[in-house]
Write a protein that binds this ligand. Sequence first.
Ligand SMILES: [Zn+2]
Length: 227
Amino acid sequence: MVEVKLMANIGGHEPKHHSIPMADDAKIAADEGQLTDERWQAIINNDASYDFQFFYAVKTTCIFCRPSCKSRPPNKQNVRIFQNAQQALAAHFRPCKRCKPTGQRLPDSEWVDQITNFIDSHFSENVTLEILAEMCHGSPYHLHRTFKRVKGMTPGEYVQQLRMNKAKQLLADTDKTITDIAFAVGMSSTPYFVTLFKKMTGTTPTEYRHRHKQASETGRLHYEREN
Ligand SMILES: [Zn+2]
């Protein structure tokens, strides 16, 4: 709430857009940063007549859009309203790839950063190409192709890599069962998890844990002897 008030104060010093009728100026000044019913209707109806009168950002995806953006309507409680693209950028939101709220084409590398950030914080959930495309605003085909070109691996391969790294850490540092670890990294099938782990690391999860525990035990003994 403090943030919204702050934004309203900053917004008060911004020059008004010429497209806003004079009579509405007072009302709009009072509503700055507020998700009014009118704005919410504009967002869910993709109403292009509100474009550049305000922008909406979605806290969960860290992306901001024009009201007319064809992306799926966000959860109302996650929406923040900005008067212009600069405010949204200053608050660390990124321009949507689909509706290009800054009026500029988002470089592919920035888009791939958005996708990567999303995967980094959601890899233990069910991350499909369709979910990625929806959350990061692009077609599944285009997203897959762009991601692979920029990162040298597909989004699916990147998800697997993160899952295996997390699994290694859990195998080494915890006593969780293999099934629990598979589940914790977002894989509901233990046999598939074991197969993938072996394919990517060259050892089974159990072997990996055994070797790692042996190594740390040896390290501990050396440490105790020397001290
Ligand atoms: Zn958008």
